[in-house]
Write a protein that binds this ligand. Sequence first.
Ligand code: FES
Length: 115
Amino acid sequence: MNRYYKIYDFELHGQNPQELHTVRTIDVEGQRICLVRLKEGYYAIDDRCPHAGARLGLGKCDEEGRVICPVHRYKYDAKTGRGLPAQGDYVKTYLVETRNDGVYIALEKKWWQIF
Ligand code: FES
C-alpha cells in the first residue's frame, strides 16, 4: 500500500519546477531520494549509490536518462534503476506521478501508517 507525497506544487513552483536532464535530492519522510527529470517525465531512484554509498542526487544525468554517480561515475537508468551491464547492479526505483496540480511520489506505507 502506497502513500503519496507532493514533491512539486505547480501553483507554487510553476509548470516546470526542474530543468530537463537534471537530478536533485529530495527528503521524503526521512528518506533521501534522487529525483530526475527527463522529457518523458519525472523518475525517482534511491539517493544512495549501491557501489559505495555516494549521493546520486549530487551527480548528473546524461542524454540517455542515466544518472551518473559523482564519485566513481557508475551509471544507473533513471527509469529502471539498472546499472550498466558491466556493473551488474541496480538501484531501487520509486513511482512518480504527474497530476494536474503537481508531482507526487509514492512510498510504501510503514506498518504504523496502515492503521
Ligand atoms: S560510489 Fe557511486 S560509483 Fe562508486
